[in-house]
Design a protein around this ligand. Structure first.
Ligand SMILES: [Fe+2]
Ligand SMILES: [Fe+2]
Length: 441
């Protein structure tokens, strides 16, 4: 089905000397850790029972960390003799430590569940410092899956890796996964996404336009101004996501996204053709781009997508897809197109525009389906990102609702029977429907 199963953690790469060096560097760089651990002055021994192979090879029982007021003075393998010297000893199995490191589980919860044992030290002190303990473990390097070379730290900046060479090819080894959801979407795109905006006739649209009142022209220009810039923005801003997934070797997802981007490009072309063919003089479109629209389309969308170049962590990917697929496409565009099409169909107007919007809506439903698939995959593999992702969506949903209010503000009565209430209800219903599917909130 949709979701990729999580691969086994490549435990052989964990707990090495390099891993410890990388952890110590992360601690030195982490502002969050410095802040949360500013009152912590205690040495810690993280004991692994039984010690993993790599620990045994180094005659170690775990890791010793000398932590003083937000700084890590020492991080090394711990030996038996360190037990007497250490203030706090926490013990857990290899699996427990991997869960804490890779899934960023809360150590306090792991203690409550009994997976982690406090062998030495005060529980009161530890619970008082639970945020520091959490931040400490969050900086421990984690590896997303076995075939990735670069370590990643969830909820932290992770630079997009640069592919220098291919170690192997999927098509010549395991083969393409034709049953995967992205490949199924790609099959659909090759059949349904091949419509050509240049084939759509705007002859009747031109006649309709001549008959419109100034108010009627105004609302069509207004909505077109929002859709034109919206389609252009999603065309311009998708590339960083494609590159991120490509760098991760997700061939099937990249294959589907080639059609996704092509379709967005056609949507941009379609509106440009409509305006050029139907509107006699080119109106001032940008006067309709109000503050909340600008916030979302001029700033938030490019910011969240282009951030992937400097931070391609799972959380950054979730935010990018949340903004792009759930808010811009899944809430605003889908609502807009539905209302626009409903209005044109009910009044039997602008058949060329109607035809294009029907095609465009089909493309968009695949785009949103891909977004849901991607978000699901990311959340399944990184459940600790859920809370931050939900907060991100909450803010954006608020902005999206404000965009709808902003659209209707200039009108006492909206031509062609458009209603703000309908718009808002539809938008919220769409959003609700998506988050239900994702099982978030
Ligand atoms: Fe589009
Ligand atoms: Fe789209």
């Amino acid at each position: 089905m949709w979701f990729n199963k999580k691969k086994e953690a490549p435990s052989k790469r964990y707990f090495s000397e390099e891993w410890m060096v990388s952890w110590k560097n992360n601690l030195a760089e982490s502002k969050l850790y410095r802040l949360k651990a500013k009152d912590w002055n205690a040495s810690v021994l993280l004991r692994m029972e039984p010690p993993s192979d790599i620990l045994q090879k180094n005659d170690a029982i775990g890791f010793f960390l000398d932590l003083q007021y937000g700084e890590c003075h020492e991080l090394r393998y711990a030996q038996e003799k360190d037990i007497d010297l250490t203030d706090i000893i926490l013990a857990g199995s290899e699996n427990t430590w991997l869960k804490l490191i890779e899934l960023k589980k809360d150590p306090a919860i792991m203690i409550m569940k009994g997976a982690l044992k406090l062998e030495k030290g005060s529980l009161v002190m530890l619970t008082n410092q639970k945020e520091a303990a959490k931040a400490l473990l969050q900086t421990a390097p984690a590896y997303i899956e076995a075939d990735l070379d670069e370590p990643f730290i969830s909820n932290k900046i992770e630079k997009m890796s640069i592919r220098k060479e291919h170690s192997s090819f999927k098509t010549t080894t395991g083969g393409l996964d034709f049953d995967s959801f992205p490949m199924q979407l790609f099959q659909k795109s090759k059949k349904l996404g091949v419509w050509d905006p240049a084939d759509i006739s705007f002859e009747k649209d031109k006649e309709d336009w001549k008959k419109f009142s100034e108010e009627e022209k105004e609302i069509i220009i207004h909505l077109s101004a929002l859709f034109m810039a919206g389609e252009e923005a999603v065309t311009l801003d998708l590339l960083p996501l494609i590159q991120t997934l490509s760098k991760e070797g997700r061939l099937e997802e990249e294959i589907y996204l080639t059609s996704f981007l092509w379709e967005e490009a056609k949507h941009t072309e379609f509106f440009a053709r409509f305006v050029k063919s139907v509107m006699v003089t080119r109106p001032d479109f940008e006067r309709f781009h109000k503050p909340f629209y600008k916030k979302l389309f001029y700033r938030q969308l490019p910011e969240d997508l282009n951030r992937l170049y400097s931070d391609s962590s799972p959380l950054a990917q979730l935010k990018a897809s949340g903004t792009y697929n759930l808010i811009v496409e899944g809430t605003l565009a889908e609502t807009g197109y539905e209302a626009y099409h409903k209005m044109l169909r009910e009044n039997n107007l602008l058949p060329g525009l109607q035809e294009g919007i029907i095609k465009l809506k089909q493309d968009e439903s695949r785009h949103i389906a891909f977004g849901l698939y991607l978000i699901n995959r990311l959340l399944e593999d990184n459940p600790h990102c859920k809370e931050s992702f939900e907060k991100h969506l909450e803010t954006l949903l608020d902005d999206a609702t404000n965009v709808i209010h902003e659209i209707f503000e200039p009108y006492d009565v909206v031509p062609f029977g458009l209603e703000k209430e309908w718009f808002l209800n539809f938008a919220i219903k769409q959003f609700q429907h998506r988050i239900d599917k994702l099982g978030i909130y």
